[in-house]
Each structure stands twice: as C-alpha cells, then as structure tokens.
Design a protein around this ligand. Sequence first.
Ligand code: ADP
Length: 235
Amino acid sequence: MPIQVLNLGKKYGQQWAVEGLNFQAQPGEIIGFLGPNGAGKSTTLKMLVGLLNPSIGTASIHGIEVQSDAIALKKQIGYLAENNPVYQDMYVKEFLAFIGNLHGFSAENCARRIAEVIELVGLSREQSKKIGELSKGYQQRVGIAQAIFHNPDILILDEPTSGLDPNQMEEIRHLILSLKSNKTILFSSHLLSEVESICDRILLINKGTLRADCSMQEAKSYPGGLPAFFQDKTK
Ligand code: ADP
C-alpha cells in the first residue's frame, strides 16, 4: 500500500490542526486533497513526508512508518512544498545537480537524469537560466523536477498551482497528469476546479477532519453537483 494513514492527528499547542484522519492510497491514483485555507492540508502532508511528527496515530509509506526511517522514506517520495522553496540564485541545472547529489547519484548518472527531468517537465529552453529569472510557472516546473528527480512512485505536492495565472495553472495541471503513469499522486488544493480537472478521487478536509473520501464520479453525482458537495462538506 503506497500510503496508509491511521487515526493521524497533530496538535499545535492546545489546538488540534488535524484530528483522526484515516485514508489509504492505491498505486496509480491521483488524489485531490481538497479543503479551504487552514483546513489542515499542509500539516497532514508534512507528516506524510516526515517533516512533522504526528501527535497521535500513524502514517506509513510502503509500510515504512513515517517517524521510523527518514532516509528510507525520502527515497519513496517526491515532495513539492507549499510556495516551492527553490534557490532563486542558483541556475536550473546547478540546482538539479545539487538535488542529484543529495540523492547520491554519481556525476554521470546525475548528468543523464538532469537531462531527462528537464525534458520531462518542459524546461529545455530555460535550462541555462537562473531560477530567479524564470516565471512563477517555470519555477514550479523546477520544483516538480526536483520532486521527480529520483523517480519516486509517490508524489506529494502541496498546492502546486497556487500563485500561478490561469495559463500557467493549466500547464502545471497538464504536467502533473503526464507524470501519472503508475505513480500515486496526492496533491492539495483549495480550488474545486483544480481537483475536478485532474483527480480520480477526492479527500475533502475541513477544520482538521476528513469530511469525504470518494471517487470524483461520486462527488459529481452529489445532489447539486460538485459545488454543492464542496459547500455542504465545508460547512
Ligand atoms: P492548510 O494547508 O489546509 O491551509 P494548515 O495545515 O497550514 O492548513 O493549517 C491548519 C491549522 O493549523 C490552521 O489553523 C493553522 O493556523 C494551524 N497551524 C499551521 N501551522 C502551525 C504552526 N506551526 N503553529 C501553530 N499553528 C499552526
């Protein structure tokens, strides 16, 4: 099982940001982790990638408990953090070489993989530029390139299209879809339209608890359609 979450919760001070989450993800699924701002999406994703310790419950990635072995965990997952913290002063290829190094690629394998990911994410024309000189959409491609560098079969993307204009959003959505082949992709969004256009399944979170876990088809056949589904579940 790529992702298994059992009674997962996180408390900041006296306040539960996330409480009692249970869900699983199967190979090849694209899951939209949908919810309004402050719902607990980032907190959950950070627990899944081992950046935050759960206060209660467990999460496992391919059977590895997220708190048990950070290095084994990182091999399985590609993660794009919210606001994509790439180094603005680095060149695209320099940054990707740095990522390859972190993953322990030899110089030769690293150069080959850099060329591959540049092609995969559509950065060929921008590959010799400084990251800070790229548009926000292209910077996001760099963020996705670092997430897929080691070819993980699980991708966890935190609001990958936030702050992009509509054209850039569409391009990034298209890119995410193109990466799908047999990967499990969990991405968060506060935008219904976003999740609608690329997901097989919706996990809807509000005020730290899961309000729905269903196929996109089920959500669409909710009385009143998707907007009513979203509105009712986020009351
Ligand atoms: P989302 O990603 O859905 O916008 P978050 O997971 O960022 O939501 O936040 C969930 C809740 O936890 C919010 O109420 C937020 O204010 C709170 N929160 C997030 N991070 C921290 C933190 N480091 N310290 C205290 N509260 C936090």
